[in-house]
Write a protein that binds this ligand. Structure first.
Ligand code: MD3
Ligand code: FE
Length: 218
């Protein structure tokens, strides 16, 4: 009974800003299920998924686990001394390859993209991510973002500050977003997760996963 009278609008590929390319529905449902299973494994360890504690004492509502390099505020390290002291898991070759495919899909050329770090973020229905820049990487290579599970509102801002102008884009399960060129240092955040919108076939029991791939240049 779903979607017959009011089928969803087809969502089209869009360059939201120079270098910021949104490709709706890039990941097949099978790929998404594989990523969910892989994220379950990474969440268990060697460094368990956790709420990052910020230097000022704040605790992020998002839960994060890293591969390749561990991100702690505000640098990349090989051992998670802010969690359990363990060495971070390697970035699997298949995931780096998926990142290269993603850049080729967005730009038509992979530009020699060789990601060496992944951040996996889990959002429950109440989690948010405030407006920030990603500037701990020493490479200017693009960031690849893959969304799985519940939809969210993604806020893509400007390079000057956290405020307007910004564009709100809905990210659905399977969407790809690549941020390169002049968009690489734009402020961005996730003001809202649309709880309960994920396909039950993903086997997630709610929430949103976001996997980002980066070249640290380290
Ligand atoms: C634009 N994650 O992990 S993904 C992050 O959905 C992060 O979990 C959000 O922001 C999430 O740092 C947003 C989209 C994204 C990721 C990195 C970017 C957009 C970006 C880096 C530069 C510009
Ligand atoms: Fe970010």
């Amino acid at each position: 009974m779903s979607g017959t009278l009011f089928p969803p609008e087809p969502r089209e590929r869009a360059e939201v800003a120079p270098g910021a390319v949104h490709v709706p529905g890039w990941l097949s449902i099978e790929r998404q299920r594989e990523l969910v299973a892989a994220c379950r494994g990474w969440a268990r360890g060697p460094v368990p998924i956790r709420h990052t504690v910020l230097p000022g004492g704040g605790v992020m509502s998002v839960q994060t686990v890293c591969l390749g390099w561990h991100w702690k505020p505000y640098r990349y390290v090989r051992t998670a001394d802010d969690v359990n002291g363990a060495a971070v898991a390697e970035l699997p070759g298949w995931l780096a390859e998926l990142g290269r495919d993603a850049v080729r899909e967005a730009y038509g050329d992979d530009g020699g993209y060789r990601p060496d770090a992944a951040l996996v973020n889990f959002y429950d229905g109440a989690a948010r991510m405030g407006m920030h820049q990603d500037r701990e990487e020493r490479s200017r290579a693009p960031v690849v973002s893959l969304s799985i599970g519940d939809s969210c509102v993604f806020r893509f801002g400007n390079t000057e500050g956290r405020g307007r102008p910004y564009t709100d884009v809905e990210l659905l399960s399977g969407d790809l977003f690549v941020f390169g060129g002049p968009s690489r240092f734009a402020f961005h955040g996730v003001p809202k997760v649309l709880a309960g919108t994920g396909d039950p076939a993903l086997g997630m029991r709610g929430g949103r996963l976001n996997v980002t791939l980066r070249e640290t240049g380290l």
